[in-house]
Design a protein around this ligand. Structure first.
Ligand code: ZN
Length: 137
């Protein structure tokens, strides 16, 4: 697979409203979009930092994996998302062939218009890894 850049860092928060003043008033970043991703049971907020985005993730349900992550003491960086130039489907097949555990067997629609898939942290040195592809590019 060919990774062109880090697409975004996913940051788990209990409340976007509570943490946004830190990012906007202290770091001087601007939230340009919020979006609910129903199938992941999260509300997302995006901030641009140069070429990279921060994706704040707020659980919208107790069943959200982000809520479980927070309940287990997790906070802060939740996942790293890489931009895959030659396609997420191809990258998934490659990872599968190398024995990497896949959370998603096929690309699905993520926030911000991206096609995404997750690799399991048990296979990725503990870092929940998201593969992204912008279908518009
Ligand atoms: Zn993400």
């Amino acid at each position: 697979m060919k990774i062109s850049k880090i697409e975004h860092l996913g940051i788990a928060v209990q409340s976007i409203d509570e943490v946004l003043p830190y990012f906007e008033n202290v770091l001087g970043l601007k939230c340009y979009k919020t979006e609910v991703v129903e199938d992941q049971k999260v509300k997302t907020a995006f901030l641009q930092v140069g070429e990279v985005k921060l994706e704040l993730l707020e659980p919208t349900s107790p069943e959200s994996t982000v809520q479980k992550y927070l309940d287990n003491g997790g906070r802060g960086i939740h996942h790293v998302a890489f931009c895959i130039e030659d396609g997420v489907a191809e990258a998934l097949a490659e990872c599968d062939g190398k024995g990497i555990r896949l959370i998603d067997k096929a690309p699905r629609k993520g926030a911000d218009g991206l096609q995404i898939a997750f690799l399991h942290p048990k296979s990725t040195v503990g870092i929940l890894t998201e593969l992204c592809e912008d279908p518009k590019k």
